[in-house]
Design a protein around this ligand. Structure first.
Ligand SMILES: Cc1ncc(C[n+]2csc(CCOP(=O)(O)OP(=O)(O)O)c2C)c(N)n1
Ligand SMILES: [Mg+2]
Length: 213
């Protein structure tokens, strides 16, 4: 995949049985429930990055920690949160902060808010000498926040077991990220995972006017 960069030092850890179609169908189910007025809470749907995420999750052990954002349904599904459990959490208003103890999965709906949590977890894992890694998924706009640079530097300087995945859809809601920062080409350190994609849903909701039941 030309639009996906994975550093060579990373090794594959597991097979992913789930297909792009499984992911798309899961989100379609949520879209339908939302449009039918059955989810009176904010939702953020994913579409367009199935193949990139399926590839990335092959490098993630099932015991590792995942930290994600408001747009987390695909990450949770791929990390092994059972689809029924995931769907229930979303229906009950937790689309933006799905969580799970086993597999270890945590989100924050605050832009940048997840980074210090991922860092702290990686620090604890290192101190306790546990054989796990932490993976934090952030968007292109979040990657331009000061907190990303602090967390990145701290984690590298202290050699923490923290991997960064930058998901670049070019936008922050409807704002053009590169235009905002006057950037010609997004640039990242060579040791982060990076992919570019086009989000095939609106930034939040489904684009339809919904009357809640
Ligand atoms: C502190 C904070 N400010 C504003 C928002 C509103 N907000 C929700 S999603 C989002 C877009 C962030 O863009 P990016 O990091 O590229 O993530 P994407 O949704 O494009 O994957 C913003 C600004 C927020 N969640 N938290
Ligand atoms: Mg974005």
């Amino acid at each position: 995949m030309k639009n996906l960069y994975i550093p060579k030092r990373l090794k594959k850890k597991r097979n992913i049985n789930c297909t792009a179609e499984d992911l798309i169908n899961f989100e379609k189910g949520i879209e339908k429930k939302f449009n039918d007025g059955e989810i009176p809470y904010p939702i953020h749907l994913s579409k367009g990055n199935e193949n990139e995420l399926i590839e990335i999750f092959k490098f993630i052990s099932k015991n590792d920690w995942i930290f994600s954002s408001w747009r987390n349904h695909y990450h949770a599904y791929l990390h092994g949160v059972k689809p029924k459990n995931l769907k229930n959490q979303i229906i009950n208003g937790k689309s933006m902060y799905v969580s799970s103890v086993k597999p270890s999965f945590c989100c924050s709906s605050l832009a940048g808010g997840i980074l210090p949590l991922a860092l702290g977890t990686a620090l604890a894992i290192k101190r306790k000498k546990i054989n796990k890694k932490v993976w934090v998924f952030i968007g292109d706009m979040t990657s331009q926040m000061g907190v990303f640079h602090e967390v990145y530097n701290y984690s590298k300087n202290f050699k923490l077991p923290l991997e960064f995945v930058i998901e670049d859809n070019g936008k922050s809601v409807n704002t053009d990220t590169k235009k905002t920062w006057n950037i010609k080409k997004m640039k990242y350190p060579k040791d982060v995972i990076y992919y570019k994609y086009k989000l095939k849903y609106p930034p939040w909701g489904t684009g339809k006017w919904v009357e809640f039941k």
